[in-house]
Design a protein. Structure first.
Length: 261
């Protein structure tokens, strides 16, 4: 295998390869982000929402469904990008030996890994787009600013995809992904302002929640749906960029150590 570090637009060929595979089963992949928000909105709107009542957020009084709907899109971006660069990438790397085959071509390791992360961001974009259409149809994304969710989903997808690929680089067996799911993804899913405002937590827990990437994507999505995106959103977007810049090199270094002999 090649040991030289190169990067070019050839990574798009790997991305396109993943797209071709996705197109073969697109109907199955399409159904989950289509019906998942419907089930959540009905459950939380008709069920839990009637018991919770209003939620105070950034000085606004929101129904519980208004509060949670943007978070559902943010978590969809998390699940799709993170799972794509962990379980799916591990299968391509370890079981199918797809990475080994690619590295016998002019493709470099950097191009293969970058394509995997970008493909994870693409999956996040697809899921968020479908869910946005459903959420908007229910009337929970009334502002034109909600369209910012589309590029922001790519930004979040790159961050979560880079983190997922970094875990993949150091994971010896597919069963070991239970650890990052339990220790990293689940706490973010529960405590990133998704189901309740973080100011309801103790001070130390609020600080910990604000350190989670999903918190910043949820804030961005919620602000977009409410038409409240302002200059403060630059901080949240910058934080997601920082996560990507930290974990992308870690993923490259780890995958190089694992695959280049």
């Amino acid at each position: 295998m090649k040991a030289d570090a190169r990067f070019s637009r050839r990574f798009l060929r790997v991305w396109f390869r993943n797209l071709l595979v996705y197109r073969r089963i697109w109907k199955i992949n399409f159904l989950v982000p289509l019906f998942e928000p419907v089930f959540y909105l009905l459950a939380f709107g008709v069920g839990l929402g009637s018991m919770v009542g209003e939620v105070r957020y950034e000085g606004r009084a929101l129904t519980y469904v208004q509060f949670i709907a943007p978070a559902l899109m943010a978590t969809a971006a998390l699940w799709n990008s993170f799972f794509e660069t962990t379980y799916a990438s591990f299968v391509r790397m370890y079981y199918q030996k797809t990475f080994d085959a690619m590295l016998t071509t002019p493709l470099s390791l950097e191009e293969v890994v970058t394509a995997e992360i970008v493909w994870g961001a693409t999956k996040a974009f697809i899921a968020a787009s479908i869910m946005l259409a459903v959420v908007a149809a229910f009337g929970y994304a009334p502002s034109f600013q909600a369209l910012w969710i589309l590029p922001l989903s790519i930004l979040g997808g790159l961050a979560f995809g880079a983190v997922g690929m970094a875990f993949t680089a150091f994971t010896k067996s597919i069963d070991m992904f239970n650890l990052p799911i339990f220790l990293f993804v689940t706490p973010m899913f529960l405590f990133s302002g998704t189901f309740f405002p973080v100011d309801a937590l103790p001070a130390w827990a609020s600080i910990a929640a604000a350190a989670m990437p999903l918190y910043h994507l949820t804030v961005l999505f919620r602000s977009a749906c409410l038409g409240a995106l302002d200059a403060g959103a630059l901080w949240n977007a910058s934080y997601l960029c920082l996560v990507t810049l930290i974990f992308f090199p870690l993923a490259l270094r780890g995958m190089r150590r694992r695959l280049i002999k």
